[in-house]
Design a binder for this molecule. Sequence first.
Ligand SMILES: *Cc1c(COP(=O)(O)O)cnc(C)c1O
Length: 370
Amino acid sequence: MNNTDKIYNLAVSGVQKLIPYTPGKPIEELERELGLTNIIKLASNENPLGPGKKALAAIQATLKDLALYPDGNGFNLKSALADKYAVDISQITLGNGSNEILELVARAFLTPELEVVFSQHAFAVYPLVTQAVGATAVVAPALNYGHDLDAMLERVTDKTRLVFIANPNNPTGTLLSHTDLEVFIKALPDTCICVLDEAYCEFVGDQSAGNSIAWLKKYPNLLITRTFSKAYGLAGLRIGYGLSSPQLADILNRVRQPFNNNMLALAAAEAALTDTEHLQNTLAVNAQGMQLITEGFKALALEWIPSAGNFVLVDLKQPAMPIYEALLRKGVIVRPVGVYELPNHLRITIGTQTENELFLQALTEVISVL
Ligand SMILES: *Cc1c(COP(=O)(O)O)cnc(C)c1O
């Protein structure tokens, strides 16, 4: 190790071993690398319809105020969320993406002596935020690619300060029943905080909305996280939120930056909540696209994991990287999931009809020459 490398030894031990999150490949990067145009990206569960008109108008109207600091309390957006979910403003924490809420809860509650339980194949940010603060990750084996709540509960001890559950889960798209989930939350010791990550709840339909929020009255150790990045089409602005007891929200709000949400994001998110038409279109396009893509898999004799989100994992029954790379050469970016211990799967975000058809055509060509 040379002198400049010694600086690594100065970092806290969790960070020394940290392998950063790998995002989906940006379109511009593939353009640069292969000189392709007309690239489609179905890699990051983004909304293929883009942001809604109301969000765009709110951004336009806010631009003139950009010299000012944003409202550090996000009062207008919090009020709109409080109305929508019938919670008190004091129960809301706004984040720079819901990813920030996951970080805040880790920072506020974990020490190197404590443990965090989550599932195999669960969202990659859980191990990252755990390791960054030096806490110990305890991974429960998955059941049929989804969370095995019994296996998770068995691993909860008096050292467990957090459990993370993604419902639906990314990347598998698996969905837990609300009955099973509540049994699990109820069984947790009150020294353990349950983070219920509902980044995709809008795609689930009737059984999702509101249901888990009613639990907040009963479980002061429950934190529900949601986002404007997926169904609302605002991933580039970075805005998400946590819903919890006022006490838990107070703790999270103590450790966040004073101005963690930018002014455009606050305005756009508030407007997006009123844009039911855009949300309905998004859900319809997703449902149709999910059907088209899974029928395409069927025609190619490929298996997939039934998904409650806006993405689907296909099982290629062989190493997925060569197929991922062949798709890249055809200008189609999807997501390898080797870091999730799923080396034979690819995750496909549902796109517009045109994008879905282009993807299926590219996949068919790639598979036919194997
Ligand atoms: C995308 C995603 C998030 C976070 O998204 P943000 O853009 O930070 O709001 C959180 N959890 C899961 C499971 C996700 O897939």
